[in-house]
Design a protein around this ligand. Structure first.
Ligand code: G3I
Length: 376
């Protein structure tokens, strides 16, 4: 007589299979599905993902995300490396990938003090150029790059990280040579290049009072001059003990008060010890590897996975609570193996900042985030 095998008897075997080979992609609840009534769920794409070389990451991106941001290939140093040379091939592939998957496509970033080639700010003799020359160079770059993807890139990080944590304007070459109106010019030219694209100001440590007050002043000034600015990007490079939840909530509500969209644009949670009292994302601060700063090189203990999961949960609870003001949450990378935290602020570490591990498997933090949305 045929013996009926009960489902319950199969569960331990299924559990063992998942333990050994992981949870197959098609069996995972999709992040974008869980949050489809809340906000876009995005990720940053690196070169290997854009070219399709990293097939495993591409499979995760297509399954879980409905927005993509170019991690590096649309930065000035990569897309416009020399005065008369542009390299659009990677960005063309990036936009094509986003269109094929019907995603919200984000260009990052037009004006930044980092990753901008030295020639932009110097004349042939290597001396700083004057205001008019630098304005002309900024205008040509923005009209050429944003213009090329007119109607195809849906949102641009127009200006990135122009304000210090204490609220002072960053003393970048943009500010020193042009003056404070470089921000207004950047937004005006981005709008001229692509009248339909959403235009954002993007920065890190956006919960700091000083920075928040200055960003609010800058946005209000642009609005009072009729300059289009659609959103504020709070980058979201957070840690286990920063930002304080109340300060995060205060800040995102203050930005929303301006009548602009609020986005978390570069979310990752650094579980590794920080050298000094480092917070944020100023990549110019980098430290040599010391063992005590790399405590989980052999793997993240379950206890730390659980701590990371509950940190993601408490932060996502706030984002989900204010889903009427937040239009996008973008993770800064697909899985732990490609996180910038593997090399910043300490070079050569083993980081665990994202929702998928180095074997492309969802971590307990993934489950914790899905549960916030009711785990559809
Ligand atoms: O592509 C080259 C490779 O050919 C070379 O062998 C290698 C070794 O030097 O460098 C590679 O380029 C690196 C690039 O990432 C791609 O991996 C650059 O050196 C490195 O500086 C660059 O770092 C990026 C950093 O911005 C600076 O642009 C990180 O990937 C990226 O995650 C990080 O992202 C920034 C946001 O744009 C702005 N907000 C802060 C965030 C974190 O710093």
């Amino acid at each position: 007589m045929e013996r009926k095998i009960k489902v319950a008897q199969l569960l331990p075997i299924a559990g063992l299979i998942v333990l050994v080979i992981g949870c197959p992609l098609n069996a995972q609840p999709a992040l974008k599905g869980a949050f489809k009534h809340a906000f876009y769920i995005g990720t940053a794409l690196n070169r290997n993902q854009i070219t399709g070389a990293d097939k495993n990451s591409v499979a995760i991106v297509e399954k879980h995300f409905n927005s993509i941001t170019a991690e590096n290939i649309l930065k000035w140093v990569y897309v416009h490396p020399e005065p008369t040379r542009y390299d659009f091939a990677p960005a063309d592939s990036f936009v094509a990938f986003g269109e094929k998957n019907k995603m919200f496509i984000v260009g990052h970033t037009l004006v930044w003090h980092n990753q901008t080639p030295r020639w932009v700010f110097a004349d042939d003799a290597g001396k700083p150029v004057d205001r008019e020359t630098l304005l002309q160079r900024m205008k040509e770059h923005i009209l050429t790059v944003a213009g090329r993807y007119k109607g195809r890139i849906h949102g641009w990080d127009v200006v990135n990280e122009a304000v210090e944590d204490d609220g002072q304007l960053r003393q970048s070459k943009w500010l020193q040579i042009i003056g404070e109106d470089y921000l207004q010019k950047a937004f005006e030219w981005a709008h001229e290049a692509d009248p339909k694209a959403e235009l954002y100001y993007n920065d890190y440590n956006m919960w700091h009072t000083g920075k928040r007050q200055t960003v609010i002043r800058l946005v209000r000034e642009l609005q009072s001059k009729g300059v289009r600015i659609d959103g504020i990007g709070m980058q979201g490079h957070w840690g286990m003990d920063y930002p304080p939840l109340d300060e995060l909530e205060t800040s995102l509500l203050a930005y929303a008060e301006l009548g602009v969209k609020v986005m978390i644009t570069e979310l990752d949670i650094n579980i590794l010890p920080n050298p000094g009292s480092h917070q944020g994302a100023d990549i110019t601060q980098n430290y040599a590897l010391q063992q005590e700063l790399n405590p989980y090189a052999a793997g993240l203990p379950d206890s730390m996975q659980a701590k990371l999961a509950s940190r993601y949960a408490e932060l996502f609870k706030i984002l989900y609570k204010h889903r009427d003001k937040i239009t996008r949450v973008t993770f800064w990378g697909v899985h732990d193996g490609v996180s910038w935290h593997n090399n910043w602020p300490v070079r050569g570490r083993t980081a665990y900042s994202l929702l998928f591990d180095r074997k492309y498997q969802p971590k307990p933090a993934f489950d914790a985030v899905i549960r916030i949305a009711g785990g559809e």
